[in-house]
Design a protein around this ligand. Structure first.
Ligand SMILES: CC(C)(COP(=O)(O)OP(=O)(O)OC[C@H]1O[C@@H](n2cnc3c(N)ncnc32)[C@H](O)[C@@H]1OP(=O)(O)O)[C@@H](O)C(=O)NCCC(=O)NCCS
Length: 198
């Protein structure tokens, strides 16, 4: 029973996150029915749960591909996503297997959180809390994007972005570095960012 309550709370949280980030969203019902970013996120939460059982990785991949076919958003089931993630519009978003995303993050359409190498280890970005990634931006490699950072539309990020900074352009330049990347943030275990919902 407690599990069901936690699940419902998580689903409502996702709906409210969409309403908080999109002035066009008028009700929870509208978001639940008409927001592909929310549908992709919900499918991912189920796919990720399957993925954590090594025997269920194929069904996890199939569920992820079904979500991609219906939403245009491809999230590898291994990716670890925090609470209240909102993917606006969604089409063309790709999130790689070893990506880690903190809480209250916002991604627009066309965002890639991708790899730069074919190594099997950690090869995708880690995003802190309250990060915004603009439409069409690519964040590539095992880079760290600090809390509250903003990545401009169409930027290509290949280096760490300090907390609170604005990164724009190709390759991305830091426009507002108000906090350095600290040793702690580089070495922090990304799994500690994530509070699993399901
Ligand atoms: C990067 C961003 C967050 C910066 O917002 P901001 O803090 O208000 O900063 P400003 O608009 O004052 O811009 C700061 C500087 O960066 C430049 N800049 C802003 N966005 C840029 C972008 N995407 N690419 C290149 N340069 C950009 C501005 O021209 C300005 O340059 P200047 O200092 O030489 O005048 C914002 O411009 C952005 O790209 N947001 C993404 C929005 C999005 O994807 N919307 C999709 C809706 S469907």
């Amino acid at each position: 029973m407690a599990g069901v309550r936690a699940l419902v709370r998580a689903l409502v949280e996702d709906l409210d996150a969409a309403r908080a980030h999109d002035p066009a969203a008028r009700s929870r019902l509208e978001v639940a029915l008409a927001y592909p970013g929310v549908h992709a996120l919900w499918a991912h939460r189920a796919a990720h749960r399957l993925w954590r059982n090594p025997a269920l990785r194929l069904p996890a991949r199939l569920l992820s591909q079904l979500a991609r076919a219906t939403t245009g958003i491809e999230i590898h089931p291994g990716a670890r996503l925090g609470r209240r993630l909102f993917i606006d519009h969604g089409m063309g978003v790709v999130i790689g297997e070893t990506t880690v995303v903190g809480d209250d993050v916002m991604l627009y359409h066309g965002v890639t959180l991708g790899g730069r190498s074919l190594n099997r280890g950690k090869r995708h970005p880690t995003l802190g809390d309250r990060v915004t990634v603009g439409a069409g931006a690519k964040v590539l490699g095992p880079v760290w994007v600090g809390d509250d950072a903003q990545i401009g539309a169409n930027a290509v990020v290949v280096k760490d972005v300090p907390a609170g900074a604005v990164a724009v352009g190709i390759p991305a330049r830091i426009r507002v570095p108000n906090a350095p990347v600290t040793e702690r943030s580089r070495t922090e275990d990304p799994s500690e960012l994530i509070e699993y919902i399901i």
